[in-house]
Design a binder for this molecule. Sequence first.
Ligand SMILES: Nc1ncnc2c1ncn2[C@@H]1O[C@H](COP(=O)(O)OP(=O)(O)OP(=O)(O)O)[C@@H](O)[C@H]1O
Ligand SMILES: [Mg+2]
Length: 284
Amino acid sequence: MPETLGKGIPEIEIPPVESSAEAVAGEEVAAMEPPAPPVAAATAAMVVPGGLNAGLNGFGGSPAPLILDKRVRVIPHAVDSSVVEHYRKLRTKLLQKRDEKPFRSLLVTSANPKEGKTITSLNLALSFAMLPNFKVVVVDGDFRRGSLGNWLGMDRSHPGLSDVVEGTARLEDVVLKSDQIPIHFILRGTARVLDAHRSQFDAHFRKLGEHFDLVIVDSPPANLLADVQILAGSCDAVLLVARSFVTNRSALEKAVQDLQPFNVIGTVLNASVETRKKYYYGYY
Ligand SMILES: Nc1ncnc2c1ncn2[C@@H]1O[C@H](COP(=O)(O)OP(=O)(O)OP(=O)(O)O)[C@@H](O)[C@H]1O
Ligand SMILES: [Mg+2]
């Protein structure tokens, strides 16, 4: 990682996540597109301490048939249990940062597409949800290409953040929940919002922060769209994801530069093969 990231910003490496579905099929780890809505429920129910809706008042969420397809590279599907540890380490670093300077909303971004923003958002949310009574909502902030709904087996017609910003839906009505997954979600929605302004997000993210302990906003790539600047301005903190052997130095430096006005609290080196080696060697 480049020195330009500055002192005091934690850098955490996350290994490649291989899902059990692939292990069964004996396939190589390969990038996959979000799956089509699944035919049958594939995810085992996860226990939610204290109940998913405790203390959420009107923000408890509408029940939805959300399912994380077996192939989605999330902690519960990971073949290698060390993955949980790596995300826990990232969670600890973020909690330390939060002790220094409190934040509720966290934007997860990366320089370019396909570097792992959505996987990082989901796994981080799942890791935080393991803390007792900790409520997390993951918001798809990519109005143009957001794929969170696809990963969850929802079709595109479901209202989400864009509808709230457009003024055709209420925030509390677009929060989704499922007994199968211990986090809440807001999808990208159906409205075409082309010129969003920061003021359109500020109040919504603040409101979510009053009901949830952490609001994770999955964003579009920082180097491609100005939307990220608007979203970053509306969030309390920013986490930058870089993908091992994919993100090049100049792209990362540009993203760091563009995000300088905001509270960048950490970087994640995603899918780092070295991390896995280091972890195993640590046992000998
Ligand atoms: N740590 C990881 N290990 C293995 N595969 C990963 C990892 N992180 C991401 N991937 C895979 O890489 C692809 C892109 O990941 P993801 O969708 O999270 O990226 P993104 O930055 O959100 O992309 P986009 O810019 O399109 O929103 C997916 O197929 C995902 O399964
Ligand atoms: Mg994404």
